[in-house]
Design a protein around this ligand. Structure first.
Ligand SMILES: C[S@@+](CC[C@H](N)C(=O)[O-])C[C@H]1O[C@@H](n2cnc3c(N)ncnc32)[C@H](O)[C@@H]1O
Ligand code: SF4
Length: 405
């Protein structure tokens, strides 16, 4: 589906017309805000992040104007709905000043009602802040900081092209812990030349800060990155599996539960924003290249914003931030739901499948039974969840829900 002509009002009427789905209620709504600049592009990164090469700092004020215009154009699509969580991601959002983040959150609050206790996460990189910067973010209304540590080992950080060193990573985590009630550390493992003892040392340092949440990702070589064309030598699959075993055991011993493939949290500290994605909730995505998923009574729509920051700003300021919009077909919905829900250790409530997709449970009866027979999934009267084997072979489990070709 292209974007029909006319302003946002004709679009919303178009989206509200009758269709093949029937959603009894709309899911929780989150807001994602993308800030696309970084000091330097990391060689493994395929996110929409752009090295800032001009002058001293990115054009914060113009970008904030564009975000405000983007949000205003999108308001008719989420009219009357409250926002359940906000995630300011990147790029490197901590390159923006606390005053800019304050203005951004004020712009959002003035236009969208936030649920009481709304979680507001901001991604921060070590080495992009001065002292007191994190406290400034906190004062602006950020409730949760996500620090992109990746590793505390100077040699590993150098091998993956990070701009910060281990000492800066530790300083950033200390500041996050002092300034926020809850925070997350992003770590990566199976790095070039990394051994099991090196990974253990990294993990020990991370756990010494008693983090309420950890996100730990295996380094993957993504297409169209520097590492894809200049691949470093990485630990093999067996070594990577041993590393994951150590990660799972040590985090559990430290009171962090693995509640999603890559996410570990203490009780009460799960990331509400990401949980909403995994539970197939709705999210409005504003900013360069941001993705969104929005439900209407008879359809589910995905949107993408213009990817290049300059093009995004020019288009958003004219009320045209969306570069692509399409309706998710009935046939794709079971797989899209499972791609998210089966990442969760606890799986999903069977009733939620119908609530979120507008489809009857009979639409997935056959693949559910097949997954159970293969020992990849378990279910009772209320829930379905991946078995340990299902968690290890998640792609195979999810693929059972693909629409027949
Ligand atoms: C949006 S990204 C970047 C956040 C922040 N700019 C930073 O670099 O610390 C979120 C996380 O995804 C992970 N990540 C990015 N590229 C990856 C890759 N190729 N393989 C595994 N994890 C990756 C990193 O842990 C990163 O912190
Ligand atoms: S700092 Fe983060 S977003 Fe920026 S290039 Fe590196 S990994 Fe990507």
């Amino acid at each position: 589906m292209g974007r029909p002509g006319g302003g946002p009002t004709s679009t919303v009427l178009h989206l509200l017309r009758p269709g093949v789905l029937s959603l009894a209620a709309l899911p929780p709504l989150s807001l994602y805000v993308h800030l696309p600049w970084c000091l330097k592009k990391c060689p493994y990164c395929d996110f929409n992040s752009h090295e800032w090469r001009g002058g001293d700092a990115p054009p914060e004020a113009r970008y904030l104007d564009a975000l405000r215009a983007d949000l205003e154009s999108a308001l008719p699509l989420v009219w009357g709905r409250r926002v359940h969580s906000i995630f300011i991601g990147g790029g490197t959002p901590s390159l923006f000043s606390p005053a800019s983040i304050d203005r951004l959150l004020a712009d959002i609050r003035a236009r969208l009602p936030l649920e009481p206790g709304c979680e507001v996460t901001l991604e921060a990189n070590p080495g992009t802040f001065e002292r007191d910067r994190f406290r400034g973010f906190r004062a602006a209304g950020v409730t949760r900081l996500s620090v992109g540590v990746q590793s505390f080992d100077d040699a590993m950080l150098k091998a993956i092209g990070r701009v910060h060193d281990g000492a800066q990573a530790r300083a950033a985590v200390e500041e996050a812990r002092d300034a926020f009630d809850t925070f997350n550390l992003d770590l990566m493992y199976a790095l070039p030349g990394q051994t099991l003892p090196m990974l253990q040392a990294d993990l020990d340092i991370a756990l010494s800060f008693d983090p309420p949440h950890l996100s730990i990702y295996q380094l993957t070589l993504e297409p169209n990155t520097y590492f894809a064309s200049h691949p470093p030598s990485l630990p093999d699959d067996e070594q990577a599996a041993d590393m994951l075993d150590v990660i799972t055991r040590r985090t559990e011993a430290a009171g962090l539960q693995r509640y999603e493939v890559s996410a570990f949290a203490k009780p009460g500290h799960r990331c509400r924003h990401n949980l909403n994605y995994w539970q197939f909730g709705d999210y409005l995505g504003i900013g360069a290249g941001a993705h969104g998923k929005l439900s209407f009574p008879h359809r589910i729509v995905r949107q993408v914003r213009w990817r290049e920051p300059a093009a995004y700003m020019a288009q958003a300021l004219q009320g045209n931030a969306v570069s692509n919009e399409h309706e998710v077909s009935r046939e794709q919905l079971p797989f899209e739901f499972m791609l998210n829900a089966l990442r969760l250790k606890d799986g999903f409530e069977l009733a939620m499948f119908g609530e979120r997709t507008g489809l009857a449970l009979t639409a997935i009866q056959r693949p559910l039974a097949e997954a159970e027979a293969k020992g990849l999934l378990q279910r009772d009267l209320h829930r379905a969840w991946p078995t340990e084997r299902g968690f290890d072979f998640l792609n195979d489990l999810q693929a059972l829900f693909l629409a027949p070709a």
